[in-house]
Design a protein around this ligand. Structure first.
Ligand code: GLU
Length: 374
């Protein structure tokens, strides 16, 4: 399965972690960037389309600004990102130019993808670049991204990009070999997992412990990114980018390195994936057992009568999470009513709603088409 999916992968998003391309002491690692650019060009020459998500702006900026430690304050981080991003891009520009490969810089914030129109617009830009044979070099727009609009880490961003462009494969290059059965630093008999059929709770727990020094993510964010793209039919390969030649070798089938996470059989449509994994829930609706059953087993829309409690402040069109009686989030969808209106409608039958608050434009609180069971 792994070999076949790697062989078939046409559109590939490659994510490069900070620690591979920059260090706080010596700044950008131009030699690394040159080598990785060469390897990505080789992947492209094998008939594949490549999009690159590269970290390293902040770490490179830290060195250039002569900062002693990783900045805590947001403005300093943003200043470092601004200084570092141009340097990072320049290094990629030079490296790819030698290979006669065109590149383009794309900087995104979460907001760019949370708005469906802007999401579609970003998709068109990226696919047009690919048609021109360009490798887009993508990063978070760290200079303007404050907490509410941040992806937070580039594993998450790369996962969103894989969905955005309908990729077949997400490759996450970092300074570790992949996912181990246990923490290899503490347990010498820990083994590398070559194929992970599904991200289970157990896998998530194992991924929770490891982390690397320079990046923001560690293994946990990689596994979360893999889990989300798997729902969209995208496979993920976590690979050590420090080992020269590994990236082309796995595509040629001459290396079994890294951890390969299989995609799920069920594939959400782009819009439903966007609702489930790009949008952030602004509130929660606690549902009774009957409503949970109607949504999960019978494929129904959510009606006001099944709502037990409303939390958060949201307006029509916002994303909300649905919870069962144990508080477990089992669905997410776009609501037709504000939290204030739902507060008055909850638990009521349609006829009672007409009597007490008047006729409403919609009968459903969340229409089936706007609802995803997680
Ligand atoms: N966007 C950040 C940078 O380029 C990296 C975030 C991350 O490490 O995941 O410096």
């Amino acid at each position: 399965m792994r070999d076949q999916l790697l062989k078939q992968a046409r559109r590939v998003v490659v994510k490069i972690g900070s620690s591979l391309v920059a260090s706080r002491d010596s700044g950008l690692r131009a030699d690394r960037i040159d080598r990785l650019a060469g390897e990505m060009s080789a992947v492209r020459s094998s008939g594949r389309e490549v999009l690159l998500v590269s970290s390293g702006a902040i770490v490179s900026g830290i060195q250039k600004l002569g900062l002693k430690a990783y900045p805590k304050s947001l403005p300093v981080k943003q200043a470092a990102a601004a200084v570092g991003q141009s340097r990072l891009m320049w290094a990629y520009e030079k490296a790819f130019e030698r290979l006669d490969q065109k590149v383009a810089q794309i900087l995104l914030t979460h907001q760019d993808l949370a708005d469906r129109r802007r999401f579609m617009n970003s998709r068109h830009t990226l696919t047009t670049l690919i048609e021109f044979g360009v490798i887009p070099v993508i990063n978070e727009n760290d200079t303007v991204a404050v907490d509410e609009i941040r992806f937070g880490d580039n594993d998450t961003l790369a996962g969103q990009v894989a969905h955005l462009v309908d990729a077949d494969l997400l490759v996450i290059l970092s300074d570790v070999d992949g996912l181990f059965s246990d923490d290899p630093r503490r347990n010498p008999s820990a083994t590398l997992m070559s194929v992970v059929p599904e991200i289970t709770k157990d896998i998530e727990r194992r991924a929770g412990v490891s982390s690397s020094f320079e990046g923001t993510g560690g293994m946990a964010t990689k596994i979360q990114a893999a889990k989300k793209v798997a729902e969209y039919g995208v496979a993920t390969l976590i690979l050590n980018g420090e080992t020269p030649g590994l990236l082309p070798a796995v595509f040629e089938g001459t290396s079994q390195a890294g951890t390969f996470i299989l995609p799920r059989g069920r594939r959400l449509t782009s819009r439903k994936h966007w609702i489930a994994f790009t949008l952030r829930a602004k509130g929660k609706l606690a549902l009774d057992d009957g409503a949970v059953e109607a949504l999960v087993r019978r494929g129904k829309s959510l009606l006001p009568s099944g709502i037990v409690a409303v939390s958060g402040q949201f307006g029509p069109g916002d994303a909300v999470a649905c919870t069962d009686r144990h508080g477990k989030e089992f669905a997410k969808g776009l609501v037709n009513f504000s939290s204030d209106t739902l507060e008055r409608m909850k638990g009521l039958k349609t006829a009672d709603i007409q009597k007490s608050i008047g006729a409403q434009e919609y009968e459903e609180v969340i229409h089936r088409d706007n609802l995803v069971i997680l």
